[in-house]
Design a protein around this ligand. Sequence first.
Ligand code: F6R
Ligand code: MG
Ligand code: MG
Length: 376
Amino acid sequence: MGNKITLTVIKADIGGFVGHSSVHPRLLAKAGECLAASDLLVDFHVTHVGDDINLCMTHRRGVDDDKIHKLAWETFLSCTEVSKELKLYGAGQDLLSDAFSGNIKGMGPGVAEMEFEERKSEPVIIFMADKTEPGAWNLPLYKMFADPFNTIGLVIDPKMHAGFAFEVHDLIENKKVLFNLPEELYDLLIFIGAPGRYCIKSVYSRTTGEIAATSSTQRLNLMAGRYVGKDDPVCIVRCQSGLPAVGEALEPFATPHLVAGWMRGSHHGPLMPVSVAQSNPTRFDGPPRVVALGFQLANGKLVGPQDFFADPSYDEARRKANKLADYLRQLGPFEPHRLPLDEMEYTTMPDVMAKLKDRFVDVNGDLESDVAATRE
Ligand code: F6R
Ligand code: MG
Ligand code: MG
C-alpha cells in the first residue's frame, strides 16, 4: 500500500457484435456497473477496441493482486451472461477456465499493469489493439524509447539521454532478459525483430530506474501442438518529464507497420491507428487496429480519456494502411500475407497431409502411374 498507485488494464473478448467486429453497448454498460459496485478501485474506465472489452482500473493494491484480478474475472463472467442472452458471437470465448485460480494471467484475458509513485503530473497512454499479437508493440516501443529519429528527447533531454532498459520475454522458453540501451541496441534488435516469439514486456528509465511502459505480453501456451493465447494486446506508456513526450509516444503509429493477426489470426496486415468509434475491424475482419487513450492521473483518478488517434493528423496513416491492405489482400492465401505454416491460428494442414500421405513419393521415385491416372 502507501502512496503508490497501480494502473491495471485487463482485456478479454467475451462475445463479438457482429461476428468478431465489435462489442455490444450492453456489455460495456454491464462492465461499468460491475466495476462501480466494487470498493477496491480508486477509479476505472471501460472501453473497447474491436471485439475486446478493456477494463482500465486504478487502485492501491499493487500488481498481481488476486482481488483486482478476481473483480475483472467476475466482471467478464457477468458480461458473458448478457453476451449469451444476446447470442453474441463467441460468448465467453476468452474465459478459458470454469473457476478463477487467484491470478487472471494464463486464464485467457490479457493483463498490463504497473505500480508507481504518481508524479506531480502523470500523463499516461493506454494503447489497445485488436486482431494482432503482443509482439505488435515491439516496433513502436523500440521507436519511442530507443530511436532518436522518432524521439528527439533521447538526444536533447538531459533526463532521457542515459537511455532506457528493455525487459524482453521469450514467450516460448518462458525466459526473460534485460537490455541496456543505447549500448546494447544491436543485441536487442536481433530478438525483438522476431515479434512472434520475443516481446518487450516493460521499459525502465535508466535515469530514475522507474517503470516507463509495460505490455500484456504473456507466455504462450502449447495446446494441441500449437502456441495459443497471443491475441489482442494492450500496453501502458507513461509520458513527459524524462519519458517520451505524448507526441513521441504516438509518433511510431504514423507509419503503419505490418503485424501478425487479421483474418483468422493467420495473416500479416498493417496496424491502423483509429479512434474508439472507428475500432470495428470489418474488411477481411481487419485490418488490425490500435487505439490510444490518454489520461492525466490525479490522485489515482483517470482524468480523460483523450482519444488520440481521432486526430486528423493520423488520416495519412490510415490511408497508407488501406493501401497496404489492398496490396496484401491481392496475395490471397500466399505468404507473406498469409502467415508461415507454424504461426497460423487455423490450419487444415494435418488433415490434408493425412489424406495425401500415401501419394507422396521420394523425389527420386516416379509419379508415372499417378500422371497416367489423371488421363480421361
Ligand atoms: C481473428 C478473428 C476472426 C476470426 C474469423 C473466423 O482474430 O477473431 O478473424 O478468426 O472471423 O471466426 P470463426 O472461426 O469463429 O468462424
Ligand atoms: Mg473475437
Ligand atoms: Mg479481438
